[in-house]
Design a protein around this ligand. Structure first.
Ligand SMILES: NC(=O)c1ccc[n+]([C@@H]2O[C@H](COP(=O)([O-])OP(=O)(O)OC[C@H]3O[C@@H](n4cnc5c(N)ncnc54)[C@H](O)[C@@H]3O)[C@@H](O)[C@H]2O)c1
Length: 278
């Protein structure tokens, strides 16, 4: 079973740095909306952020290099840490959560990204594979959500939970046959909306991020298995005419995690280049 690594970022962007960039770009004027996008002082947990321990180190290096290469954040040193955890094991999730809270004191934002995809026609879908899909995509999301919710309720923290769902929560992509994946993501999205109704009154926000085709390792692996020709078919179905680079989710997820989206709650945010419009 693959292990999740959870790089954590604390004090993600110094507010001053954001202000400075606004001033530079707009001739001395400060854009008053930009500070609302700041994640300064927040501890963020991301599940499924890397494949294995080496991948965790590489993710941390990549984020650190990216931050130090930007003129506005050159001097900022994020606190990032990786934890090994199989999201399908309740014990491991509980132990990991405890370790994170011990290390960082509290958690403000949780993004559940750990997930798998595979394609088999329904009539031949092996039941153990079906269960594995549900275990990782749905149960793993629930186990982390549960730890987060309990922590936020006990500590009276206005936490922010983002469940990584998919455009496959609401439509069936083609031509690949992936009933289990689609069902798991449909359930993740409804889990998110259910938690929004339960935890909203306590000031905890819950939303679902529903990406379309992003060229991550997951999609690169899938294309290797299915054959490159499948990408050409996908692109025809995307009104923007291309797959996304993973970095194209950054702006959306920062917006969802920050006060800039303070009234966003119980929503599916679809980022799919228009795929769901057909
Ligand atoms: N790439 C896309 O086009 C796309 C589209 C829609 C939704 N998504 C969703 O985005 C999320 C991230 O996917 P990605 O594209 O970055 O894929 P990825 O394969 O690069 O990342 C998924 C991560 O989940 C981890 N993981 C798998 N099983 C685990 C387990 N039992 N415990 C802990 N971690 C486990 C893997 O190690 C990996 O790091 C997934 O939930 C996926 O369904 C991806």
């Amino acid at each position: 079973m693959s292990k999740a690594l959870l790089p954590l970022a604390r004090r993600s962007l110094a507010r001053n740095a954001v202000r400075r960039s606004a001033v530079n770009a707009h001739g001395g004027r400060t854009l008053m909306t930009l500070p609302a996008f700041s994640l300064e002082g927040k501890t963020c947990v991301v599940t499924g952020a890397a494949r294995g321990l080496e991948g965790g180190k590489a993710s941390i290096e990549h984020i650190t290099e990216h931050i130090s290469s930007q003129p506005t954040t050159r001097d900022y040193k994020p606190e990032l840490r990786a934890y090994a955890c199989d999201v399908t094991s309740e014990q491991q999730v509980q132990d990991t959560w405890k370790a994170v809270v011990q290390d960082f004191g509290r958690v403000d934002v949780v993004v559940t990204a750990a997930g798998i995809v595979e394609n088999f026609e329904a009539e031949n879908y092996a039941y153990d594979r079906w269960k594995k899909m549900m275990d990782i995509n749905l149960n793993g999301s629930f186990l982390f959500a549960k730890e987060a919710g309990r922590h936020w309720i006990e500590q009276s923290i206005k936490g922010n939970l983002i469940l990584v769902s998919s455009m496959s929560a609401s439509i069936c992509v083609r031509p690949q046959k992936q009933a289990a994946y689609n069902a798991s993501k449909g359930a993740v999205s409804l889990l998110g909306r259910s938690l929004a109704t339960e935890w909203g009154p306590k000031g905890i926000r819950v939303n679902n991020l529903c990406p379309g085709y992003m060229k991550t390792d997951l999609i690169i692996d899938l294309l290797e298995k299915e054959g490159k020709h499948i990408e050409e078919g996908w692109v025809k179905d995307v009104p923007m005419g291309r797959l996304a680079h993973p970095s194209e989710l950054q702006g959306t997820i920062v917006w969802m995690a920050s006060d800039a989206s303070s009234y966003l709650h119980g929503s599916d945010i679809v980022v799919d280049g228009g795929y769901c419009c057909w």
